[in-house]
Design a protein around this ligand. Structure first.
Ligand SMILES: C[S@@+](CC[C@H](N)C(=O)[O-])C[C@H]1O[C@@H](n2cnc3c(N)ncnc32)[C@H](O)[C@@H]1O
Length: 214
């Protein structure tokens, strides 16, 4: 582990709200380099046509289009995010595109009024949520047995890959409320899912993980 992990604790929602209040307007531009990872994560997601997917920490809704394509012709994406600024952009994206299958909940993952029995959940670059046990328990309790869960995001690269770790550090300081858990961001998820695996990615400093609700 190349950097001190800090004390693992429940992520601070007020830090996150302030971060995304500042970032919302330029967020889509900043995320462009990460789009190949998004495509890979969503391609991995096992979703039935016409099913329901939770996009937890959906931000401005960059995952909606590829998710709706996976669910075609009539699936439903439930986007959850506590940031009013990020969610306003997500809402505007859905309105502009005329997507009927997008529902948005402005809430932290731990307290969102989720529908019951969804088929899958995506956690794309949502480190704070993945380090929040209560949030994971709440989301997973609203998935059906066997539902597929995919998570993708930042993690420390091996210590000798200094440029990759400088990149992770810069991105994390800018987008998460604590660096704690970045060595293995998926550990809380791994305890709660079956057939859990972390897949090697082409990009150092990025992980892709998947598992199923028991
Ligand atoms: C790096 S952005 C990722 C957005 C989107 N998933 C994407 O891939 O473009 C992290 C998002 O997580 C949201 N977030 C932070 N804390 C959260 C929480 N407790 N519950 C749900 N979302 C949260 C932030 O508001 C922000 O929109």
């Amino acid at each position: 582990m190349p950097f001190p992990p800090g004390r693992d604790r429940r992520p601070d929602d007020s830090v996150s709200l302030a971060q995304y209040r500042r970032r919302a307007a330029r967020y889509d531009l900043e995320l462009m380099p990460f789009e190949p990872m998004r495509r890979e994560a969503i391609a991995l997601l096992d979703v039935p046509a016409g099913g329901t997917v939770f996009d937890i920490g959906c931000g401005t809704g960059l995952s909606f289009e590829p998710l709706l394509r996976r669910l075609a012709p009539h699936g439903r994406v439930v986007g959850v995010d506590p940031s009013p600024e990020m969610l306003a952009l997500a809402r505007e994206r859905a309105r502009r595109q005329g997507w009927q299958g997008v529902e948005l909940l402005q809430a932290a993952a731990a307290s969102a009024l989720l529908p019951q029995g969804a088929d899958a959940a995506l956690f794309h670059f949502t480190h704070d949520v993945l380090r929040d046990a209560a949030a994971l328990d709440h989301v997973l309790a609203h998935l059906r047995p066997g539902a597929h869960v995919v998570a993708c995001g930042l993690q420390w690269a091996p210590f000798w890959l200094l440029p990759a770790n400088l990149f992770v550090l810069g991105a994390a300081l800018y987008s998460v409320s604590s660096l704690a858990g970045l060595e293995q961001p998926w550990t809380l998820l791994a305890k709660r899912l079956q057939s859990f695996e972390v897949r090697p990615m082409f990009w150092p400093g990025i992980y892709l993980a998947q598992g199923r609700v028991g």
